[in-house]
Design a protein around this ligand. Structure first.
Ligand code: WT7
Length: 658
């Protein structure tokens, strides 16, 4: 974020009090903060009462091996039973769980009874394919109900899923399949995006080839949903059609209860090194944390609300706030397959109007895109059903907040700006809609049962009005338990900086304002945030360097009006490398190469071919200076550069190329 945006943020002083009717009837009132502060474990034990336990827990929190915390020790439950079956048992089987809207216009409304049948069939089918508790299953799907069903079927049989975002490349899928040893891959022929079928199965085929599955036989089966009907290559040894095995399976499936700490899923996320981290979440604590926060922050009234979270299930937001939290709470929600501008730029608002959506959760990057398209588009639709708006993924700048509030929320809906991470599993810092007077641009304060602070380098909480590092000061139930297969990296990344205090280091800079409200200022490490998605500079640099023409690469996240940050790369070509494309053509080739290695979201916005990179005398690339160039700022302090002339060369090149 630029210095200018930053100072705008910190001089923002508007506040919006909760609407009186919402406040009067709010699920969670102000007393929750004090209750949770007085008895942290007691508070979370009470929240655990939201779930159906097959066996009660005997201890709320075991911190003897911290930071390897255990929650709800001794307890047993089944996640799918809690998200589906128990609502049917409670007589709510006819309530719609999912209103599915396909991009081409096909719709399906799936009740809790339907969902129970479908999840049971899928659970029977994957067991038939040999999946047992503890196995890993990779899910690579479009945004269709079967994606949710696949996740719940895994949870039901105790298999650990790893959902790989459908926009990721075959290579990214291959490395995840390999890292977690997935025995089964669940996918689809394709999904609809931007008005056309977009294939997925070929990427699975390529991934299996890449891991040499024919010899290594890691993946025993690929279960394929027919969504688009496009042609697919078929390997009869491994490939199985969903409609052939799932549709034929019985709707009777007895859900076995699993230990509170049974691994539920792994979500890969970029860290500061090239290798994505396999963030592990477990069973009971995760479900308690997501169910409570969804109930509290969205003020969910399951009988009357219609909820819509626009995230993809391939990200943590989709896991926690499409699948697990909302379904545990018995929500009625919208699931939309496609892009916001297909077939027209009013598609989202039309969906809100048609389904009378009351609670809406999206990302600042989307809001900024709609701002660019203009308010006349949403103004054509009846958005009066909305009563609450949420934001997630990156700081929401005050301009976007005000537009969201006025144009979408009709100046009546409170906005909850929710700060959290893949690692935290649940929202951590957010207004409570019936309690907090929100400020445009601030996530405000830690939720009840959460401890957050802003501290100095040496671990002293900063006074109001100052900035520092964001830390989480108390364990919380949905915290990540480790990084798959790498306990050491888990401890190093999150728990070593403030080891003495036992705090979790979030990797975000933050500031407390004069009232103690928290303003997030972006990552303090080499992690970028592009459209609310986390990308690592190192990962993209490695992708670039894997191209035969590239000798060296440096990547920075530069401020971008729409995507928050954008990937900007500086590349030194190999000398004497075989001839090939040059100039703009080569730049395109390199951009496509990154898309192939990681996925389209990682494609650099721009790539500059440079003769040198700015380095310190010890050889460390000074990305800070490159960021100055990318954001068109005067280049900062260059005194530690080994070669002071380098920046002039780069800045000159930048001018001629733009
Ligand atoms: C990083 C986590 C949480 C789901 C989506 C992203 C940034 C997230 C906010 C917010 C300011 C935010 C942080 C965080 N972030 N939400 N409301 N305000 N920053 O999950 O990929 O794990 O990324 O996203 O920098 O550390 P993620």
């Amino acid at each position: 974020m630029s210095d200018e945006t930053l100072s705008n943020l910190l001089t923002e002083n508007r506040t919006f009090a909760p609407p009186a009717d919402l406040a009067a009837d709010a699920n969670v009132k102000a007393d929750a903060y004090a209750a949770a502060a007085a008895d942290h474990e007691g508070f979370w034990a009470e929240q655990a009462g939201r779930l159906d336990w097959a066996e009660p827990f005997t201890q709320v929190l075991d911190d003897t091996a911290a930071p390897f915390y255990k929650w709800f020790v001794g307890g047993k439950l089944n996640v799918a039973h809690n998200c589906v079956d128990r609502h049917v048992a409670a007589g709510r089987g006819d309530q719609v769980a999912i209103h599915f809207v396909g991009e081409p216009g096909d719709t399906r409304s799936i009740t809790y009874s339907d969902l129970k049948d479908e999840v049971s069939r899928a659970a029977n089918a994957i067991e038939e394919l040999g999946i047992v508790a503890g196995d890993r299953v990779a899910i690579y799907m479009p945004m269709i109900p079967e994606a949710v069903v696949a996740m719940l079927a895994c949870a039901r049989v105790g298999a650990t899923h790893t959902v790989v975002f459908g926009g990721f490349s075959a290579d990214a899928l291959a490395s995840r399949i390999e890292d977690c040893n997935a025995k089964l891959v669940i996918t689809a022929d394709g999904g609809y995006r931007r008005g056309a079928p977009s294939a997925l199965k070929p990427a699975v085929d390529a991934a299996l080839e890449k891991i040499d599955n024919a010899t290594t036989a890691i993946v025993e089966n690929v279960l394929v949903v027919r969504r688009t009907g496009q042609d697919v290559a078929w390997n009869t040894d491994v490939d199985v059609w969903w409609h052939e095995v799932v549709d034929e399976s019985s709707t009777d499936h007895r859900a076995q209860a699993f230990d509170a700490e049974h691994p539920l899923f792994v979500m890969y996320s970029s860290g500061t090194t090239g290798k994505p981290k396999g963030i592990l979440h477990t069973t009971a604590g995760y479900l308690v944390g997501t169910a409570y926060t969804h109930h509290a922050v969205f003020d969910l009234k399951p009988e009357t609300d219609v909820y819509w979270c626009t995230a993809d299930v391939g990200w943590i937001t989709g896991h926690s706030y499409i699948v697990y939290g909302p379904l545990a709470n018995g929500v009625t929600q919208v699931l939309y397959e496609g892009t916001p501008d297909t077939p027209h730029k009013g598609r989202w608002w039309e969906i809100i109007q048609d389904y009378k959506v009351t609670l809406f959760y999206t990302a600042p990057t989307a809001i900024r895109t709609f701002m660019k398209w203009g308010r006349s588009i949403p103004d054509e639709y009846d958005l009066s059903s909305l009563r609450l708006l949420g934001s997630v993924g990156e700081p929401i700048n005050p301009e976007a907040y005000m537009w969201y509030r006025e144009v979408i929320g009709g100046d009546r809906c409170p906005i909850v700006d929710t700060w959290w991470q893949t690692e935290t599993g649940m929202m951590m810092i957010s207004p409570l809609p019936g309690v907090t007077a929100g400020k445009p641009g601030s996530a405000m304060t830690a939720l009840p049962g959460v401890g957050a602070d802003v501290v100095s380098e040496d671990g002293v909480p900063v006074p109001n009005g100052s900035g520092g590092y964001l830390v989480l000061t108390k364990p919380w139930p949905s915290m990540l338990r480790t990084l798959l297969g790498d306990d050491e990296r888990f401890v190093d990344t999150y728990w070593s900086k403030y080891k003495e205090q036992g705090w979790y280091f979030a990797g975000d800079g933050a500031k407390k304002d004069d009232d103690g409200a928290i303003w997030l200022l972006g990552r303090v490490d080499d992690v970028m945030n592009v459209s609310g998605h986390r990308l690592s500079t190192t990962e993209i640099e490695s992708a670039l360097v894997s191209h035969p023409r590239v000798a060296e690469a440096a990547v920075v996240g530069a401020a971008d009006e729409t995507t928050g940050q954008a990937v900007v790369a500086y590349v030194i070509l190999r000398e004497g490398a075989s001839a090939g494309a040059t100039g703009e053509e080569l730049v395109q080739e390199l951009r496509n190469h990154v898309a192939k290695e990681i996925g389209a979201i990682a494609k650099p916005r721009s790539i500059m071919l440079v003769p040198e990179l700015p380095k310190t005398r010890s050889g460390k690339i000074m990305r800070r200076l490159l960021k100055d160039v990318a954001e068109n700022r005067t280049v900062g302090d260059t005194t530690t550069l080994a070669d002071a002339g380098v920046m002039a060369l780069i800045a000159e090149g930048q001018k001629t190329s733009t």
